[in-house]
Write a protein that binds this ligand. Structure first.
Ligand code: NAD
Length: 497
């Protein structure tokens, strides 16, 4: 009998009412490891109802008690992070060390949320008028919805729920149906850390569950991460239903290499950022813009390093694992044919790579394509696989123009030893997260994460100060303790004296 993963509602597993299920694969083995339930609108309604009931008390719980739950969760997560990484690898396919890195970056946000008493301190102005004080407080929103993608099943939910919960909200998470088990594991760990039942709920599923969450009258906000078309849809649907929305979308990240850069460091960075997690990262480098005359030498160095990468089952100490599904693997591999048709040069063909795992796994080796025309879909599409394109440009300005003409604006990097050029790049580039000799510039938890243009819909980025703003609403209170001198009639607009 194949195991069926239930939802996590009110502090325990719950099969819900939805009758549909979907397969969950072990991508390295290419087999179905379990089925996951696809929640119905009724299941979302139940989870939201439970979360609403929990909010009545959780929203009033002291900030110290909420902080203590976060500290407890942090301790437990630290003790058991290897367990979480192993579950993650078995359903996503990324290698164990990378899964551990994902958990560590999520943990950063938990630690940030542990500082919530300090971070949500309001402002106070004494005696703004005679005997009148004004102060502002940050209040939770209520029930908040989180919808996450397959590529970071632990970290992306952790961008949001620690801050949401620490500020007093209650959560309904709809994780990716492709690697859903991590979410239930987190639910059980939060319970063990002392989180009251109903504060954190998980409903699995697909569009049906997402749509029910986006339109539910008792859901105050939606935090979404996924591809651009769905991010746009989520933003438009949920805002039209009166919700606050942050929707982070796809990416096509360029790394600009100036001729003065150290090409060994450049090649290391391009390989790490291009092929880590098999390129299934929204901050992966997918295009290297080489300012001539360095392209030939740089490509040789990248090719050299690619030849040493070991592809295989992430549990076996390899460098790079499989892709998430066979369908996705085939779609990514299809871009190699497009590259040839469009006149690009395939330098390393990932279809010919050897791998340490059964043939049924969803394998595609690291791929390098040179002279990619910017009109080709290889350049334009977010491929989301281990495919690194090189585009040769003749100047810094041509490189920046290309980056700025991309519809996306998630991450970018410049590699140079010229401080002046780096400062100019920082100012001129229209991208939300910029690396200077840093290929994957994911901000730490106390700054906020998010791109520009089609990489984000809505005003609030994820975590950091913007995360706190997103999950709270500010109330301004004007107070005066009355005495007889305050009497009298005056219908004029209040003024200060
Ligand atoms: P996806 O858009 O297919 O799915 C994301 C979520 O939306 C999942 O929970 C999925 O069940 C749901 N969904 C899918 N189709 C839907 C539909 N038609 N209606 C309603 N809901 C739907 O994304 P994915 O393939 O899981 O993840 C990869 C994408 O996420 C890439 O584009 C990547 O760049 C992006 N991503 C962006 C960031 C960022 O911070 N900008 C971070 C991680 C991933």
């Amino acid at each position: 009998m194949t195991e069926v993963l239930d939802h996590w509602i009110a502090g325990s597993t719950d099969p819900g009412e939805g009758t549909r299920t979907g397969p969950v694969y072990d991508p390295a083995l290419g087999v179905v490891s379990k089925e996951v339930r696809y929640g119905s609108a009724a299941d979302i309604d139940r989870a939201v109802g439970v979360a609403k009931e929990a909010f009545a008390s959780w929203g009033q719980v002291s900030i110290t008690k909420r902080q203590n739950v976060m500290f407890g969760f942090r301790e437990l997560l630290n003790q058991r992070k290897d367990e979480l990484a192993a579950i993650l690898t078995s359903e996503h396919g990324k290698v164990l060390s990378d899964a551990a890195g994902e958990v560590a970056r999520g943990l950063e946000v938990v630690e940030f949320a542990c500082s919530m008493p300090h971070l949500t301190k309001g402002a106070f102005s004494q005696n703004v008028s005679t005997d009148v004080d004004v102060y502002s407080v940050k209040e939770p929103l209520g029930v908040v919805g989180i919808i996450s993608p397959f590529n970071f099943p632990a970290m992306v939910p952790m961008w949001f729920f620690p801050i949401a919960i620490a500020t007093g909200n209650t959560v309904v998470l709809k994780p990716s149906e492709k690697d859903p088990s991590v979410a239930n594991w987190i639910g059980a760990l939060l319970k063990e850390a002392g989180l009251p039942d109903g504060v954190f709920n998980v409903v699995h599923g697909d569009k049906e569950a997402v749509d029910a969450l986006l339109t539910h009258p008792d859901v105050a906000s939606i935090s979404f991460v996924g591809s651009t078309p769905i991010a746009k849809y989520v933003y438009e649907t949920a805002t039209s239903h009166g919700k606050r929305v942050q929707a982070l979308g796809g990416a096509k990240n360029h790394m600009l290499v100036l001729p003065d850069a150290d090409l060994d460091l450049v090649a290391d960075a391009a390989v790490n950022a291009g092929f880590g997690s098999a390129g299934e990262r929204c901050m992966a480098v997918s295009v290297v813009l080489a300012v001539e005359p360095i392209a030939d030498e740089m490509i040789e160095k990248i090719r050299d390093r690619m030849g040493k990468l070991v592809v295989g089952d992430g549990r076996k100490g390899c460098d790079m694992g499989p892709l998430i599904t066979r369908e996705h693997r085939d779609k990514v591999a299809g871009y190699l044919d497009v590259a040839t048709t469009d006149g690009a040069t395939v330098v390393v063909d990932g279809r010919e790579a050897e791998y340490d795992g059964p043939a049924e796994g969803f394998w595609l080796g690291p791929t390098l394509i040179d002279k990619v025309p910017t009109s080709s879909t290889v350049y334009r599409d977010e491929i989301f696989g281990p495919v690194l394109s090189v585009v040769r440009v003749s100047s810094y300005a041509d490189g920046v123009d290309l980056i700025n003409s991309s519809p996306y604006g998630n991450g970018t990097a410049i590699f140079t030893n010229d401080g002046g050029a780096a400062r100019r790049f920082e100012r001129e580039v229209e991208v939300g997260m910029v690396g200077i000799n840093v290929p994957i510039p994911v901000p730490v938890a106390y700054h906020s994460f998010g791109g520009f243009k089609a990489s984000i819909f809505g005003d609030a980025k994820a975590y950091g100060p913007q995360g706190i703003e997103f999950f709270t609403r500010e109330k301004a209170i004007t107070s005066r303790w009355l005495d007889p001198s305050h009497g009298g009639i005056n219908l004029g607009f209040p003024q200060h004296d």
